[in-house]
Design a protein around this ligand. Structure first.
Ligand SMILES: [Zn+2]
Length: 504
């Protein structure tokens, strides 16, 4: 999310330079009392609106499902243990955003949002290690550490707080930028103030550790992750581990962690599974390490060392090579590797599914939409549904109203957005499918909803208005109902847009 940096720096500078008189005209958070749950959520929404527009924001159905699986299990455990109050549970977003960034980082944001860099997913050795980081970050949120931190900023406007969080985020990812911010002085000050205290870090470790076993993860995941952090520390942090900078591994934290291990335990680290290794490989490929690295990974299955690798490592090497070939639009290089990957993981159902999804992805990228549809595994997961919809859009069948598969996938997407109205990716594909089928009014509405999910209310209002215009000229019988939905939604979005504008 490096591109974000410039705009954030500008925003921050603008805030810092506002004369006091102008600042007093902006809404304030109250008189030093704690940030309310509603305030914190609004602050989070404001920050997230920026992150959704960041070119590094990535909506990858496979990695999203993987991280969500860990995150949701931890939320269930936090609820059951009473760490997550019903009020927070209901009013916070509990959403995960993935960033294409190669650096190792995860961060809790105000309002229950969690940011995870692909760099982190790429270095963890097991789901348990990933869970340890997410459990720690979740505990910062449930213990209201963010609210306490924000309150310490005194009488700041939400806009300034938002700019500070974004500035601190940008700085944490880029040491050079942090250096540049030092010139401004105040911005760096903001970053230091936004770091959690050591006591908060220890509390997040303790409560996060307690979530692991109830959520179904090996608590030793914390040990594995601490080992990784220590190794990175010894190798002299070169800026690729911002998580280490925001979470210094103090001897106190290490001692706390050791004391939590059951006595006499061999501290056997959880063994990596095929699926974890394959998805870590996916994260590494999609984090754009550069064409030279991609070429190396593509050649690795043919290398002399491949046969000596452990099977789990082989699955990661094969997966990375296939995905690289697909991203390079070289299906001829990808296709011979897929049967090797499938044979290697055939006895492991979750890994086999990932290999099949990858095979469908290769065919879709190669423009072989029907082959992609045949390759998508059975099952009702989100990656399967989105892949099917994408593939169908590339067939002439999408433009024929009577095709059974098109009707079925469209219906499933409608069910998906009814149960998950925050799924912008599903709304967008629904819009495309309706567009292809000549359902212009429905398409415009779905596009508007996709914009609304990402808090771009101005764009959503614009689309709904276009929908009203379309409806005025429509004679189609079903469009009457659709038009009245659009009228209602337009009024709701206009009201949200007014609020959004007033907050500035
Ligand atoms: Zn922390």
């Amino acid at each position: 999310m490096r591109a974000l940096l410039a705009s954030v720096l500008v925003a921050y500078a603008a805030c810092a330079m506002l004369p006091a008189a102008a600042q007093s005209g902006l809404p304030t958070l109250g008189d030093g009392s704690d940030l309310t749950v509603g305030d914190e959520r609004r602050l989070g929404d404001r920050i997230i609106r920026q992150l959704y527009r960041d070119p590094d924001y990535i909506d990858d159905a496979v990695l999203d499902e993987y991280v969500q699986g860990v995150w949701q299990a931890l939320l269930v455990a936090a609820r059951a243990r009473g760490e997550l109050s019903p009020e927070l549970d209901e009013r916070f977003a509990w959403e995960v955003l993935l960033g294409r960034d190669r650096t190792v980082n995860a961060f809790a944001l105000p309002g229950g949002y969690l940011g995870v860099h692909l760099g982190l997913i790429g270095v963890v050795g097991s789901r348990d290690e990933l869970a340890s980081v997410l459990a720690h970050e979740l505990s910062h949120v449930t213990q209201r550490h963010i609210s306490r931190l924000m309150t310490r900023q005194g009488r700041q406007t939400p806009l300034m707080l938002g700019a500070m969080v974004l500035g601190a985020l940008a700085a944490s990812k880029n040491p050079a930028a942090a250096q540049a911010m030092m010139v401004g002085g105040q911005a760096l000050l903001a970053q230091n103030q936004l770091n959690f205290s050591r006591d908060m870090e220890r509390e997040a470790d303790r409560i996060g550790y307690g979530l692991m076993a109830p959520a179904g993860f090996a608590p030793q995941g914390f040990v594995g992750m601490f080992d990784k952090l220590q190794q990175a520390n010894r190798l002299n942090d070169n800026g690729s581990w911002p998580y280490l900078r925001s979470h210094p591994l103090t001897s106190q934290r290490v001692a706390d962690m050791q004391s939590r291990q059951p006595p006499g335990s061999s501290a056997a680290l959880p063994q990596p599974h095929f699926e974890d290794a394959m998805l870590a490989a996916r994260a590494r490929v999609l984090s754009n390490p550069g064409i030279d690295v991609w070429r190396q990974w593509l050649a690795e299955p043919q290398g002399s060392g491949f046969a000596a690798l452990a099977p789990v490592r082989q699955s990661a090497v094969l997966y990375a090579a296939v995905l690289v070939a697909s991203q390079l639009r070289e299906p001829v290089a990808a296709r011979p590797l897929l049967p090797r990957l499938l044979a290697l993981v055939s006895g492991d159902a979750p890994a086999r599914r990932q290999a099949q999804l990858l095979a469908a992805e290769v065919e879709l990228a190669a423009g072989e939409a029907e082959a992609a549809l045949r390759a998508v595994p059975e099952g009702s997961g989100r990656p399967e549904l989105l892949l099917r919809a994408q593939a169908l859009l590339h067939t002439p069948r999408a433009r024929v109203g009577m095709d059974a598969e098109v009707a079925q996938v469209t219906g499933r997407l409608q069910t998906r957005v009814a149960t998950h109205p925050q799924d912008a990716g599903a709304w967008q594909l629904l819009a495309s499918l309706w567009q292809a089928q000549g359902q212009a009014l429905r398409a415009v509405r779905a596009e508007a909803e996709a914009q609304a999910v990402h808090y771009d209310y101005a764009a959503a209002v614009d689309r709904f208005r276009a929908g009203q215009e379309l409806a005025r000229h429509s004679r189609a019988p079903g469009d009457f109902v659709e038009a009245s939905i659009i009228d209602t939604r337009l009024r709701a979005l206009q009201s949200l847009l007014r609020e959004q504008t007033a907050e500035r």
